[in-house]
Structure formats: structure tokens, C-alpha cells
Design a protein. Structure first.
Length: 196
């Protein structure tokens, strides 16, 4: 399949942006969404290689939205989500820059109602999201609720320390858990299918 070139904008300096307070968690999140992380680039590349015409796709922690835009370019109907309102704004702008349409929503994984209301999804995307224990715990609980037997999860990860724990737990929650290399040796693409 011929993929369209991705065009994107981002803040000039992520370090100059203020963090976002999460009152529920009592934490200030740095603006990690403002960088085009290698895992997101590799996930976008992998998604763009397939035909997703008409598939319902959700991107968890979309950041700048590169995987979302790639999926839309491959024909999917995409909902790009992030806990940061600024992130989903940039994802929408990047879709427009590339000439595709996506929906966006501000959503926290601990409060997934907007995601569950539209489940099951054909494809769930996530890039570099296994950076904290809370993230791992929330995703292990949430992901099987987002797809049925026809759906799958694609998760790109730079071999973060918690990835092994996540994958070990996923083995009991999913019938199929596969890992593949990407163009970058440090990035792995994990495919989960068949929630138990």
C-alpha cells in the first residue's frame, strides 16, 4: 500500500512548556507529548504499511498524533486520545497538515468511559506508554476491554524496564502476544490479540 507522507508540527521547545497538573493523581506531568518519540515514529511506520480502510482505531496517549495520522492515511476511522488537551490539539493540526481527518478526545486511562462506549475497536495503538507502574497497571486492566476477538493492540516500546512485567502479565490476559523488531534496534513492536 502506498502511504502518504506525514507532515507534522510540534512546539519549538518542549522544555519551555509548563507541566500539566493532574488533580486526581496529585502529580504534574511533564509535556512529554510535545516530542516525536522514536516509538511513535516506528508505530506510525508499521501502521502505514497496512490497509486499515474503514477500521475503528483508537490511539492511547497520542502525543503529536503520528500513529493516529498514519492510521487515518491508511483508511482508518481514528480517535486520538491523550490526557493532555494540548496534545490532542496538536494531533488534530497534524492530521490537517497531512490531509486526513481524525477525531480527538481528552481521556485518562483510569476514566476510560469515552473509549469503552465506542468499543470494540479493531485496532488500539500506543507508543512508549510503559514508563511507570501506574501506566502498566491501568493498561493491563483497560486494553482487554477495548477489543473483541477481531481486534488487536499494537504497542511500540523502547524496551523500558517495565515492558517485561507488562508482557508477562499480558501472556495470561491475551491468547496471542507477539514481539517484532522495528527499523530501530531499540524499539520493539508488541502485538496483542484475543483477549481472554
Amino acid at each position: 500500500m502506498q502511504s502518504r507522507p506525514l507532515r507534522f508540527v510540534r512546539p519549538r521547545s518542549a522544555a519551555a512548556l509548563a507541566g500539566e497538573e493532574d488533580g486526581a493523581a496529585g502529580f504534574v506531568y511533564p509535556p512529554h507529548w510535545a516530542e516525536p518519540w522514536p516509538s511513535g515514529v516506528e508505530l506510525a511506520h508499521a501502521v502505514a504499511a497496512d490497509d486499515w480502510h474503514g477500521a475503528a482505531v483508537v490511539d492511547l496517549g497520542c502525543g503529536l498524533g503520528l500513529p493516529s495520522v498514519a492510521a487515518a492515511g491508511a483508511g482508518a476511522r481514528v480517535l486520538a486520545t491523550d490526557r493532555s488537551p494540548d496534545a490532542v490539539t496538536f494531533a488534530a493540526v497534524n492530521a490537517e497538515c497531512t490531509g486526513v481527518v481524525i477525531e480527538t478526545a481528552v481521556c485518562r486511562w483510569a476514566e476510560p468511559r469515552p473509549l469503552l462506549e465506542r468499543a470494540p475497536w479493531r485496532l488500539v495503538l500506543a507508543a512508549d506508554v510503559l514508563y511507570g507502574q501506574e501506566c502498566v497497571d491501568e493498561l493491563l486492566e483497560l486494553l482487554p476491554r477495548l477489543v473483541d476477538d477481531n481486534g488487536e493492540v499494537l504497542l511500540a516500546d523502547p524496551q523500558r524496564p517495565l515492558a517485561a512485567e507488562f508482557l508477562a502479565a499480558a501472556q495470561t490476559a491475551w491468547r496471542s502476544v507477539d514481539t517484532a523488531p522495528t527499523r530501530r534496534p531499540e524499539i520493539r513492536l508488541h502485538r496483542l490479540a484475543g483477549p481472554r
